[in-house]
Design a binder for this molecule. Structure first.
Ligand SMILES: Nc1nc2c(c(=O)[nH]1)N(C=O)[C@@H](CNc1ccc(C(=O)N[C@@H](CCC(=O)O)C(=O)O)cc1)CN2
Ligand SMILES: Nc1ncnc2c1ncn2[C@@H]1O[C@H](COP(=O)(O)OP(=O)(O)OP(=O)(O)O)[C@@H](O)[C@H]1O
Length: 224
């Protein structure tokens, strides 16, 4: 088994990081392995204790507040998403964004294609949607609304140090992000074990430029 084999089933964050290391020949892992990589990261997260997940969410909420929200002007638009229980971070991040005076848009999921958007006004307004997600009922904004955002939170199962992102496999964000404003920051929120050296990349994958992790807070990664 090579160190990049996603069938290996690492049992810790350190093992996940190790599994993301480069092949000796420098080649990227085959893109066909994305399903296995998703399965592996999902298993790691499912095995985490309640206390560990709570500590992770606390650290992410604190870093989000102090390292990102403080940099955004009152009234700015951001694109975020409503996290599920199986994703890092929690609703505090959305609530704190509202409290900081931001206009917060979250995705409205339709058939695979560019995501539409709706304004997040508070958790009480959310309704069950496709894939077990929670979304605002509307009014629905066209996919082009992403161009108004100065910062975009992009959900990720994992991300690598080159900005390659592994999503949930719908291809939604890869079809959505090209309409973002040229200067917008694209940020993935991931657990410490979900930032790895190298993930498989397809030609359609849009690289992101920043990560927020519980252990190291917000930092830029290379988009190269
Ligand atoms: N909270 C949240 N909202 C989001 C996303 C997200 O990742 N997280 N999305 C990000 O695009 C969009 C929804 N995309 C989704 C894409 C696929 C699946 C899904 O159920 N995938 C299957 C298996 C995929 C595979 O391995 O091929 C699964 O996860 O079991 C769910 C949502 C928009 N809203
Ligand atoms: N820009 C695009 N145009 C056409 N098809 C695309 C595009 N981006 C992705 N796809 C298709 O979507 C499918 C899923 O792609 P991929 O596995 O990269 O999704 P993902 O980034 O994990 O998902 P998501 O963005 O929903 O989290 C693939 O079959 C891919 O061919």
């Amino acid at each position: 088994m090579s160190s990049n084999d996603p069938h290996g089933g690492p049992s810790s964050a350190a093992a996940a990081r190790q599994a993301g290391r480069k092949h000796a020949d420098g080649a990227r892992p085959a893109a066909v392995d994305k399903h296995e990589w998703r399965r592996r990261f999902r298993a790691l997260r499912a095995a985490a204790t309640h206390d560990a997940l709570r500590a992770e969410a606390d650290a992410l909420a604190a870093a989000w507040r102090t390292e990102i929200l403080t940099t955004l002007p009152w009234g700015a638009t951001i694109c975020a998403y409503v996290p599920t229980d199986a994703e890092p971070g929690d609703m505090r991040m959305l609530e704190d964004a509202l409290a900081s005076g931001l206009r917060v848009l979250v995705p409205v999921t339709g058939a695979p294609g560019p995501l539409s958007w709706a304004r997040y006004t508070g958790r009480g307004a959310l309704r069950p949607a496709r894939y077990g997600l929670l979304e605002p009922p509307g009014p629905v904004l066209a996919p082009s609304a992403i161009a108004e955002a100065s910062l975009i939170l992009v959900p990720a199962v994992a991300v690598d140090l080159h900005g390659v992102r592994l999503g949930r496999g719908g291809g939604y964000y890869d079809r959505t992000l090209p309409a973002a404003a040229p200067g917008a920051s694209m940020v993935c929120v991931v657990g410490d074990g979900e930032l790895v050296e190298e993930l498989p990349e397809d030609p359609h994958d849009v690289r992101i430029g920043m990560v927020l992790t519980p252990g190291e807070g917000a930092f830029r990664i290379a988009r190269e």
